[in-house]
Design a protein around this ligand. Structure first.
Ligand SMILES: Cc1cc2nc3c(=O)[nH]c(=O)nc-3n(C[C@H](O)[C@H](O)[C@H](O)COP(=O)(O)OP(=O)(O)OC[C@H]3O[C@@H](n4cnc5c(N)ncnc54)[C@H](O)[C@@H]3O)c2cc1C
Length: 422
């Protein structure tokens, strides 16, 4: 059966947002570049504080990672909290850890407040141990989280089997703060809330150049220009502006959505609807959507060289995790780009005068992007940097980003190819 090569999330969009064409020169307090979670959360919160806000989006709202991701709303990053503190230092690391621990609360409260129709479900996530080393890793994470009073618990292999429907795991870490969403509809809901708060979104309107003329920012597009006192640059892995790309490594992540499962099959898999990912070095994830489709994902891309390998891998993975569900096909497959920084921590960097750039969530951007956007709005209205979750630094140029990108993509493809053979 042929698998449609586009995101499942696009087939179920529930908001149509009024985006306005830009036709001339406009002035505003704040211009935001990029309509993903970071940019939209910034626009929403700045508009709520009375700022006049315009958002420029090169394609459509949620075109980037925000419309393609797995939908796991996690507390924190991939990097365990102790490592965050080691990298940033105790004081700065603690600030970031504490802020990110509350990020799911922010996401689910926005969903509630703005009545965002995005299947928000706060039943926790399961980080599943694929082997003994993975279980050891989860025990270390548990200790770190308990030390921070986080509501997490380590489940046995039997409990994990009951929750996931798979016998493949030796245990799992259940994080009660976390949950799942339909990611594109969350982005569209944020956009609607931002426009209701009077922000103006210009879709299909890429920022071509951004320059500060000594008094204000001037952002040129093919349709007109926007001048603004402040600028928030929120293009993350999908950046097409004149800001250097050598600031992160682009990795890819693929997803495959099955046809809707039968009621009997659905009852056997994730009955409580937790989102899951595993401890494998080449990580993979799985979750259910609201229409009983099982979505399996993993690192890698669907470019022509790797596509068949990835399709074979997805079928093998499905059968390995859930051998009891037979003759199930995939309906959709898609991929997306992730901005990985060398220390896997998100960044806020200065761009010129009165401009900041938010990026580098390294695969964990739903909570962090929403949180960073909100904090950036606060910065835009008050000018205060001290309230931001990370210190604002000068632009960071990373070495060997192309080499690392090839390593991530080829490594994932090779790993998936080998897993189909042995
Ligand atoms: C496949 C995949 C799975 C993931 N799974 C998860 C998950 O389960 N949980 C989680 O927390 N995170 C996950 N992530 C990460 C998360 O999706 C991202 O970190 C997050 O969406 C980043 O949001 P953002 O707003 O910063 O950037 P984006 O959503 O990428 O938005 C950037 C926007 O900027 C626009 N843009 C670029 N250049 C210009 C320009 N010149 N002018 C105007 N606009 C421009 C782009 O078109 C894009 O819409 C995943 C990512 C991917 C790709």
């Amino acid at each position: 059966m042929k698998i449609a090569h586009h995101s499942l999330w696009q087939t179920d969009t529930r908001e149509s947002i009024v985006d306005k064409p830009l036709s001339s020169h406009e002035h505003c307090d704040l211009v935001v570049i990029g309509a993903g979670y970071s940019g939209l959360s910034a626009a929403l919160h700045a508009a709520q504080q009375g700022m006049s806000v315009r958002v420029l989006e090169a394609k459509t709202i949620g075109y980037g990672g925000s419309g393609r991701n797995v939908g796991l709303v996690n507390a924190g990053l991939w990097t365990p909290p102790d490592d965050v503190e080691k990298t940033l230092g105790k004081a700065a690391g603690t600030i970031l850890n504490k802020a990110l621990a509350k990020a799911p609360e922010l996401v689910f409260s926005l969903i509630k407040k703005h009545q965002i129709n995005c299947d928000g479900l706060r039943n926790g996530t399961l980080h599943c141990a694929s082997d003994k080393a993975g279980l050891k890793q989860l025990k270390a994470r548990l200790t770190q989280q308990i030390a921070r009073n986080a509501p997490v618990e380590l489940l046995s292999s039997l409990e994990t089997r009951q929750r996931t429907g798979s016998t493949k795991f030796l245990g799992s870490l259940l994080d009660h703060r976390a949950g799942t969403i339909q990611p594109l509809n969350y982005a569209l809901g944020l956009a609607k809330a931002a426009t209701n708060a009077s922000a103006i979104i210009h879709a299909h309107c890429p920022a071509l150049t951004c320059q500060h003329n000594g008094r204000s920012w001037v952002v040129n597009t093919a349709y007109g220009c926007i001048s603004a006192d402040k600028l928030i640059h929120a293009t993350n892995a999908y950046d097409s502006t004149d800001v250097s790309h050598q600031t992160f490594t682009k990795a890819h992540y693929i997803q495959f959505a099955t046809q809707p499962l039968t009621q009997t099959q659905r009852a056997l898999i994730l009955p409580n609807g937790e989102g899951c990912w595993d401890t494998n070095q080449v990580m993979s994830s799985f979750r259910m959507d609201n229409n009983a489709r099982l979505i399996i994902g993993g690192l890698g891309s669907l470019d022509n060289r790797g596509k068949n390998t990835q399709i074979n891998w997805a079928y093998r993975k499905l059968n390995a995790l859930f051998p009891h569900i037979k003759n199930v096909d995939f309906d959709y497959m898609w991929d997306g780009q992730i901005a990985m920084t060398s220390d896997y921590l998100p960044k806020i960097t200065k761009i010129g005068t009165q401009g900041i750039r938010l990026y580098g969530y390294s695969g964990r951007g739903i909570g962090p992007g929403t949180l960073f956007g909100k904090a950036a709005a606060q910065w835009a209205s008050s000018g205060e940097e001290s309230e931001l979750p990370v210190c604002v630094t000068a632009p960071i140029f990373e070495k060997h980003t192309q080499l690392r990108a090839t390593y991530f993509d080829m490594g994932a493809t090779l790993n998936h190819w080998l897993s189909c053979r042995f």
